[in-house]
Ligand binder design. Structure first.
Ligand code: F0G
Length: 363
């Protein structure tokens, strides 16, 4: 019986950097591309969700972590370090365990979701809470890696982008070609960089033999930042980024110029969405599509909906929205009503009639 082997074995021919490296994998990747009928109807296009919450640690970070930790193992590293808004730390911690390495993570104090914090601790990482935001954490992580024998596994590590580009290959393999538009949330901007690289490498490539590709065209890249943390939209770093979408609460993205290149080379755009738009998209995905994501992930869909409202979505276009992390990472948002109230479950006594009444089945 064939099981998905993880992104390094599955795309070995497209990851030359990894040649000869020991493969450290939790069988990441191979995530579903889910047709989103209600969202398609809403925006007047053919929309698919690349559900990255179904990776081993619940986010897309695992694609780049299998490659980063495998490269670290190749270099003989015993310890890895990262700065994180949560998901990178969860992923680094898990893959470090698999590789038998120690892991240190720097996170902004009080600004990472409980699920992610629990993961880093469960996997035995040394968690350092920094009085400062992600950008400050990344500064410290870079300095540590420069001065001490510890390998940096943030997306400034080239192996991270290499691994993450495989998501584009999977999209093309699933659709038989590239989509017309690809929507992504943007924080530190590694992922939009990786997707764009993946699409370019997979386009018109005669070496794609045993797969449905190659793609015959490139998608237009649409990136979306949270309005309170939108340096790429504003055109300058933001000192105090703020958003409820803590995953993308970043004021000075490390892959700034690569994100701008992805935007411009693809003829795309990077725009901002408000926290309200993010939460509305989060609710739409759970309640109308059956797909539970964390708020940061919903920025791609919030951006698509706003774009449709602004008349920017060509009728019938084939669109992929990546939803980057699982809803269980940061579940508190599901328990809020649209107007910010708390959801209180209906209590019923132990009999079928009162339960039926609560369900509207009985008058
Ligand atoms: N979505 C989620 C769920 C994320 O965790 C992140 C980034 C992004 C989107 C944005 O991706 O940074 O490549 O533009 N999280 C990082 C972390 C910063 O530390 O987990 P990006």
């Amino acid at each position: 019986v064939h099981q998905w082997r993880g992104v390094i074995p599955e795309y070995a021919d497209r990851l030359p950097m990894l040649a000869g490296a020991p493969v450290v994998t939790l069988r990441e990747g191979g995530t579903p591309l889910i047709p989103a009928e209600r969202l398609s109807e809403l925006v007047g296009a053919e929309v698919h969700l690349k559900y990255e919450g179904l990776n081993p640690t619940g986010s897309f970070k695992d694609r780049g972590m299998t490659t980063a930790i495998s490269m670290a193992a190749k270099h003989g590293a015993k310890a890895v370090i990262c700065a994180s808004t949560g998901n990178t730390s969860a992923s680094a911690a898990a893959y470090a365990v698999k590789a038998g390495m120690t892991c240190g993570v720097l996170v902004p104090e009080g600004k990472i979701a409980m699920g992610k914090l629990s993961q880093a601790i469960a996997h035995g990482a040394t968690l350092l809470q920094v009085e400062g935001n992600f950008d400050a954490c990344l500064d410290v992580a870079r300095k540590l890696a420069e001065s001490y024998p510890i390998e940096l596994v943030n997306s400034v590590n080239p192996a991270r982008i290499e691994g993450q580009k495989t998501a584009s290959f999977e999209v093309v393999d699933a659709l038989g070609d590239a989509p017309d538009i690809h929507c992504l949330p943007v924080g530190n901007a590694g992922n939009i960089t990786a997707y764009w690289r993946g699409y370019r490498e997979y386009c018109n490539d005669p070496q794609v033999s045993d797969r449905p590709g190659p793609a015959t065209h490139l998608p237009v890249m649409w990136g979306f930042q949270a309005a309170g943390a939108a340096p790429l939209v504003k055109g300058h770093p933001i000192d105090d980024p703020e958003t409820i979408a803590t995953a993308i609460r970043i004021g000075n993205p490390a892959s700034w110029s690569q994100a701008i290149a992805a935007r411009d080379e693809s003829g795309g755009r990077i725009d901002a969405v408000t926290d309200e738009q993010i939460l509305a998209a989060h609710r739409f995905l759970s309640a109308r599509e059956g797909v539970f994501v964390e708020p940061g992930s919903a920025a791609s869909v919030a951006g698509l909906i706003a774009s449709a409202e602004a008349g920017l979505v060509p009728a019938g276009a084939r669109i992929v929205c990546t939803v980057t992390g699982h809803g269980l990472k940061d579940p508190q948002w599901a328990l809020r009503t649209a107007d910010g109230g708390e959801v209180v479950p209906t209590r019923v006594s132990v009999d079928a009639v009162s339960a039926a009444r609560a369900l509207g089945l009985e008058g």
